[in-house]
Design a binder for this molecule. Structure first.
Ligand SMILES: Cc1cc2nc3c(=O)[nH]c(=O)nc-3n(C[C@H](O)[C@H](O)[C@H](O)COP(=O)(O)OP(=O)(O)OC[C@H]3O[C@@H](n4cnc5c(N)ncnc54)[C@H](O)[C@@H]3O)c2cc1C
Length: 440
């Protein structure tokens, strides 16, 4: 019989949200998950499935039953001809990246970290950058769901096609994602070039930058014009490594945390800290070559609050200039660096922030130096107001203030998703507080 542990405290990676599940399970088989669902039904409990627990919101929290999928993490099949891999939902992308490279394959795009589960990253619509690349769920060609009734549903473009369009970005509310099949590409290396620029230059020549680099993104240092442009492109060059560069960054970030902590007593310092670190770490050209996943992933050193909305790509310039003007006009609103600007291709996934439109993601951040919360309400409200005005849709993993009414306006296919959810989970066993705000 499956064993649930009491007294476990769940906390997300940033330690910004947490909960105390009554029972915490790490099942090793579908039969065990069915047992947990039966037990939950008998005791009138809800169930939350988690992967890497990286979501910077309460989307993965519950005080009822929590299922952590870390022990269902096998690679089930590698189809070299189709370049597809089928994995269990709990596998971390860090393990998958290594497995794939043994077969000469890779995922075409990845987010900033890989200590996240296959089912978790697709569940919240994780994205990276590249205007000819969709968000990570667009790489999914099939998946298997264990629904609330204990039934196993296979879904793909040709089998249960409607459920597939919902489940590729599932929010954890349609059932337990048992397996995911990803379309891969041949393994590749990336050449990364980072160089300094200005916000005006980048926004005036956005089209050129998007054409010039397959995985183009940029970091804007708020309270200034400073920008770091980052191009990443496939290359045949041999891997290089710059030890002193890595060392500079490590030392720089210790100093940054200390200075940000000081600035919690003198917020006006933040604009100088942003400028100083641009000068220290981002004002010269840096190049690097490595296997794709080592370039896509980068170290997020310390804990932070974030927001990340996707707006139609044509609104990029207007929205960023409005954010810049709002910060200039309200000196009391303080913004840590960077504002990270990334791009993604439109898709047909019902709850994708890029549904039917090429998009620009604007990610804002407030660090928590030594775990201390820095006031962010004014910055958050200013940013959300601008994002909403430009037709933005929030990242599902990251905290936002939207409710069902907002999502009904943002997502044309929202009613279709709701009707599938209600059919697959009529009693709401997979809901939690976050999801209640989305669906009720
Ligand atoms: C340091 C850091 C860097 C990040 N970088 C990026 C980035 O570059 N781009 C980006 O878009 N996001 C980024 N994120 C956000 C992150 O990619 C998402 O939060 C992602 O969902 C995390 O995956 P996870 O496995 O930790 O999911 P969790 O947080 O554990 O869960 C997310 C959702 O998936 C559900 N879920 C998980 N597994 C299953 C399953 N087997 N069956 C059903 N439901 C399941 C959960 O119930 C929950 O609703 C970052 C987060 C951090 C902390």
């Amino acid at each position: 019989m499956v064993h649930g542990q009491g007294g476990v405290k769940f906390q997300n990676w940033a330690k910004t949200y947490g909960s105390s599940p009554e029972l915490y399970f790490q099942p090793t088989s579908v039969e065990e998950i069915r047992e947990i669902l039966d037990m939950a039904r008998q005791r009138d409990k809800r169930v939350k499935v988690v992967g890497g627990g990286h979501s910077p919101s309460d989307i993965a929290c519950t005080d009822d039953f929590m299922i952590q999928m870390g022990k269902m993490n096998r690679v089930l099949k590698v189809d070299k001809e189709k370049q597809q891999v089928t994995v269990e939902g709990g596998i971390f992308l860090s393990d998958l990246n290594v497995e794939l490279s043994k077969h000469g394959l890779a995922l075409a795009n990845l987010g900033a970290v890989s200590e996240v589960a296959a089912a978790g990253v697709i569940g919240t619509g994780t994205h990276n950058t590249g205007i000819r690349h969709g968000i990570l769920p667009t790489q999914v060609v099939a998946l298997t769901l264990l629904t609330a009734s204990g039934e196993i549903l296979e879904c793909s473009e040709s089998v249960n096609a409607d459920i597939f369009q919902a489940a590729r970005l599932h929010l954890g509310c349609l059932g337990v994602v048992l397996t995911v099949t990803f379309q891969c590409v041949p393994q590749f290396h990336l050449h990364e070039v980072a160089f300094p620029s200005t916000l005006t230059e980048v926004l005036d020549h956005l089209e050129d930058h998007l054409k010039r680099s397959q995985y183009f993104r940029f970091l804007w240092f708020p309270h200034s014009e400073n920008v770091s442009v980052i191009y990443q492109d496939p290359t045949n060059k041999l891997p290089s490594s710059s030890a002193s560069w890595v060392w500079d960054y490590a030392v720089g970030y210790y100093l940054l945390e200390f200075l940000l902590w000081i600035s919690t007593f003198m917020p006006s310092l933040v604009c100088w800290i942003n400028r100083f670190f641009f000068w220290l770490l981002f004002s010269s050209r840096v190049e690097n070559v490595a296997i794709s996943y080592k370039i896509f992933n980068y170290e997020c050193r310390f804990k932070q609050h974030v927001q990340d909305w996707a707006i139609p790509i044509e609104k990029t310039k207007e929205a960023l200039l409005e954010l810049k003007a709002a910060l200039e006009n309200n000196p009391k609103v303080v913004a840590h660096y960077p504002v990270e600007v990334r791009f993604a291709q439109g898709d047909e996934i019902w709850l994708s922030p890029c549904f039917q439109r090429d998009s620009c993601y604007i990610n804002i951040i407030m660090y928590r130096p030594y775990g201390k919360n820095v006031p962010r309400l004014n910055y958050w409200l200013t940013y959300e107001g601008i994002m909403k005005k430009h037709g933005g849709r929030p990242h599902w993993a990251k905290a936002h203030s939207c409710t069902r009414k907002d999502f009904e306006k943002m997502y044309p296919a929202f009613p279709k998703f709701c009707s599938i959810r209600e059919k697959l989970d009529p009693t709401g066993i997979f809901l939690n507080t976050y999801l209640e705000k989305v669906f009720y």
